[in-house]
Design a protein around this ligand. Structure first.
Ligand SMILES: [Ca+2]
Length: 415
C-alpha cells in the first residue's frame, strides 16, 4: 500500500481512500452544514488561515446548495493560482477524554482540482486535539487532494486523544486550485483496541490477542529494517511503530484507511501482515525526502522486495504483455492516474521499472530522481537525474526484459 504523510506546515501529504465504515452517531455539531449563519458560513464554525502561498487573494469558502450528499447543503471551497491565503473551516470544540479513539469521516467532490505553483497537495479534513488552555496537542488528517474532477468520495482519519486532551475539533481545508464541496462530516468514538506493546530499540510492536506477532516475526521485520537502511544509505533516527491488525476490516475501521497495509511518515506502519518489508521501505525512504512520483515511490517499495505476490516481476510483466495490458509508464504519472489502475498491475510494473533504474545507474541516481521538486512530471524528474527521459528509459527497460520492440506500451491505455 501507499505512503501517507502527517499533515503539517509545508508537508507533502497524499491521498484519500474509500473507507467502508459509516458511523451513525456523530458528536460533531452541524457537520452536514445545514445550519447557515448570516455570513454564509456553517453556524458555529469559524474560518482560519490554513496555509499561505505567493498570492494576494483569499480562497472562497461558503455554504452552498448546488451540491450535497446529506441534506441540502455542503461546504464549498474555491481557489486558483492567484490565491495566497488558503482558508480552513474549523468546527466548534467537542469535549473528549484522553485515550478515546476518535474517527472523523466526510465526503468530498471536486471539480478541476490541480496543484499549481507552490500550492500544497491538501484538500481534505483534519482532526485536532487541544488541552484545557487551548494549546494544540495533536493534528492529524486525511489530506485528500486528488487532482481532477471526482464525484463524492470518502475521506477519513482516526486518532487517539492524547494525554491532557480536553477538546477535539474537525477542520476542512483546500489549498489547491479548483473547486471542492465537502459534506456529511461525522466524528464518532470507538473503543480502543487492546494493544499489547513490545518495545525494542528500533521499533515498537503493537499486537492483540487476536493478532499475535511471534518473536520470529518481529526479528524478521527488524532485520528488514536494517537491510533496507543499508540498501538506501538512510537511517531512521526515531523508533518505528508497527501496528498489527486482526484483518483488513479491523484495520480499516480503526485507521480509516482501506487496504492491507499502509505507512504514515515519518514513523508509523499499519498492517495485517506479521512481517513487513514494503511499508518499511516507505518509512526509511522518507528520511531522504518525500517521494513525489507514485511510480518511483511505490516502485522502490516493491522493487527492493525483488518479487511481487510470490512471483518475480518478469512473471507478472510477461502476463501483462500476453494479455495485452502492460500499461505505458506515462499513464501512471500522477497519483490520480496511478490509483486509477489496478494495484495488481501498477505495483509490479513500478517495481520492475525501479529495479531496472537501480541496476542501470545505482541507488544514488535513483534517489536523485525521487526527491526532485514536486512540480515536475516523471519525465522531468528522470531527465534531470538520468539525462534521458521516460520514453527512452522505458524502451531500455523493455529491452532488458526481452520484450519485443513492438511492445504494447504505445497502444496500451489505462482502463
Ligand atoms: Ca449537508
Amino acid at each position: 500500500m501507499s505512503e501517507l504523510g502527517r499533515l503539517g506546515p509545508g508537508a507533502l501529504v497524499l491521498f484519500s481512500l474509500d473507507a467502508t465504515a459509516q458511523p451513525a452517531d456523530s458528536m460533531l455539531p452541524n457537520g452536514s452544514f445545514e445550519e447557515v449563519s448570516a455570513d454564509g458560513l456553517p453556524e458555529g464554525w469559524t474560518l482560519t488561515e490554513g496555509a499561505t502561498t505567493n498570492g494576494r487573494r483569499a480562497s472562497l469558502v461558503e455554504v452552498r446548495s448546488d451540491a450535497s450528499m446529506a441534506g441540502q447543503h455542503s461546504l464549498y471551497f474555491r481557489g486558483d493560482r492567484r490565491t495566497g491565503h488558503w482558508q480552513a473551516a474549523v468546527s466548534p470544540p467537542v469535549p473528549v477524554q484522553p485515550g478515546e479513539l476518535l474517527m472523523l469521516s466526510a465526503v468530498v467532490r471536486t471539480q478541476d482540482l490541480a496543484l499549481e505553483r507552490h500550492q500544497f497537495r491538501n484538500c481534505g479534513i483534519g482532526l485536532s486535539f487541544s488541552d484545557a488552555q487551548g494549546e494544540g496537542l495533536l493534528f492529524t488528517g486525511d489530506p485528500g487532494g486528488l487532482e481532477g474532477t471526482h464525484d463524492w468520495s470518502s475521506l477519513s482519519t482516526a486518532a487517539t486523544a492524547p494525554e491532557g486532551s480536553v477538546h477535539a475539533q474537525a477542520s476542512v481545508f483546500c489549498s489547491m486550485s479548483g473547486e471542492a464541496w465537502f459534506d456529511d462530516l461525522r466524528l464518532v468514538r470507538r473503543p480502543p483496541l487492546p494493544w499489547r506493546v513490545t518495545e525494542t530499540e528500533r521499533m515498537v510492536f503493537y499486537d492483540q490477542d487476536a493478532s499475535q506477532l511471534t518473536e520470529e516475526d518481529r526479528a524478521k521485520t527488524l532485520a528488514n529494517l536494517e537491510s533496507i537502511e543499508a540498501t538506501l544509505g538512510l537511517e531512521m533516527t526515531q523508533q518505528a511503530h508497527f501496528y498489527h491488525y486482526r484483518d483488513r476490516e479491523q484495520k480499516t475501521l480503526y485507521t480509516g484507511i482501506d487496504g492491507n497495509a499502509h505507512a504514515i511518515t515519518p514513523d508509523e506502519l499499519h498492517t495485517i501482515w506479521p512481517v513487513d518489508h514494503h511499508e518499511l521501505v516507505h518509512l526509511v525512504a522518507s528520511v531522504g525526502g518525500p517521494a513525489h512520483s507514485p511510480l518511483l515511490g511505490e516502485g522502490l517499495a516493491v522493487g527492493l522486495g525483488n518479487d511481487w505476490n510470490g512471483h518475480p516481476f518478469e512473471y507478472w510483466i510477461d502476463q501483462f504483455v500476453d494479455d495485452g495490458d502492460l500499461p505505458a509508464l506515462a499513464s501512471m504519472d500522477t497519483r490520480t492516474e496511478f490509483r486509477a489502475q489496478p494495484s495488481l498491475v501498477t505495483y509490479p510494473v513500478a517495481g520492475s521499472f525501479v529495479h531496472f533504474l537501480i541496476q542501470r545507474n545505482g541507488m544514488e541516481t535513483f534517489q536523485q530522481a525521487s526527491y526532485q521538486g514536486h512540480q515536475r512530471t516523471l519525465d522531468g524528474l528522470l531527465r534531470e537525474a538520468y539525462g534521458v527521459g521516460l520514453g527512452e528509459l522505458e524502451r531500455e527497460w523493455h529491452a532488458s526484459l526481452d520484450l519485443s520492440s513492438d511492445s504494447p506500451a504505445e497502444a496500451a491505455q489505462p482502463p
